[in-house]
Write a protein that binds this ligand. Structure first.
Ligand code: BDR
Ligand code: CA
Length: 311
């Protein structure tokens, strides 16, 4: 199985991504879950990550708390989307599994130094703060990473927190800049992809029909998160962002994109956090990311449903 670290700020869609990963042990070995402040503050994302592990029957998983705030900017959260807890939409018990003592940044550094080079993939579902801090503290780890697959950014679709910026990059553009300049092979799942992954009533009903506890909880989360918004997305569902990262590891054939240069805006007041994607290769700058633009949405929801059934 491919070794992964999941860096996350749960978040209902982060939770769905964790479920997809834990439901796929033949393909993916989750070495650790690292948390970051984003959708809600760190204490809450660290709680929520453990809630999801326990829901998946994985109280043995290791959850490492990471950065409480972005590298430079003050923290911006998104309770308006995810609710007060970040995981509103289902009633779940407080977690009883422990939070690890090691800081997420040290866990990431130690793991990359100890695992054979080129074997560990980083999956990032939130702001890139932990990764930016790890690269700054230990520049030797970047060349040891197999691949970094992120949910973040947007170009043709614009932004979702400002007209220009997607939330994860907006929260910590300075960390994102470090990551995009690191030389690590990056796969980017921008809003251009995730806005195709709409949780229509029919798709949610298929998950609910599994009639298991994890499926029932996921249904509650999906119905809460970006509640059905016909006008906004032209469909009876909202976008499901973060599981695209895990789905890509399981089924890369579901996605289509191209290698291009991506730079992060860190200065402009109007467009800070924008991912400037050179899709048409007009800048002459070298490609530093594979930017996805299309997804087989039915194939994605088939995969999610089939895997959640295994939990
Ligand atoms: C991203 O922002 C968060 O609110 C979601 O969990 C996702 O990672 C989408 O812009
Ligand atoms: Ca997230």
């Amino acid at each position: 199985a491919r070794k992964i670290i999941i860096d996350t700020d749960p978040g209902q869609d982060d939770a769905a991504a964790l479920m997809l990963a834990f439901a796929s042990p033949d393909e993916l070995e989750v070495l650790g879950v690292t948390t970051v402040a984003g959708n809600v503050p760190l204490a809450m994302t660290s709680r929520n990550a453990r809630v999801v592990c326990e829901l998946c029957g994985r109280s043995d998983a290791r959850v490492y708390p990471g950065a409480e705030r972005p590298m430079v900017k003050p923290l911006v959260t998104a309770e308006h989307v995810h609710g007060k807890t970040g995981l509103d939409g289902a009633e779940l018990p407080e977690p009883s599994m422990p939070l690890q003592d090691t800081h997420a940044v040290d866990f990431i550094i130690d793991t990359l130094r100890h695992e054979p080079a080129g074997t560990v993939t980083l999956c990032t579902l939130g702001a890139l703060t932990n990764i930016g801090l790890a690269f700054k503290k230990a520049p030797d780890i970047a060349p040891r990473i197999r691949e970094l697959v992120m949910m973040g950014g947007g170009f043709f679709e614009g932004g979702n927190i400002t007209p220009a910026a997607e939330f994860n990059i907006f929260v910590d553009p300075h960390a994102a800049e470090i990551v995009f300049r690191s030389g690590v092979p990056i796969v980017m799942m921008p809003l251009d992809v995730t806005h195709q992954l709409l949780t229509t009533k029919a798709r949610v009903a298929r998950i609910a029909a599994l009639a298991t506890r994890p499926a029932e909880v996921l249904k509650g989360w999906l119905e809460f998160f970006e509640r059905f918004d016909v006008e906004k997305y032209g469909s009876d569902g909202g976008p499901l962002h973060d599981p695209s990262v895990i789905a890509y590891l399981l089924r890369p054939d579901l996605f289509d994109g191209r290698d291009c240069n991506v730079e992060i805006e860190t200065v402009s007041e109007l467009t800070i956090g924008m991912t400037v994607v050179d899709w048409w290769r007009v800048s002459g700058r070298p490609a530093n990311a594979r930017v996805m633009r299309k997804v087989d949405a039915d194939g994605f929801f088939d995969l999610l449903t089939e895997r959640v059934a295994r939990l």
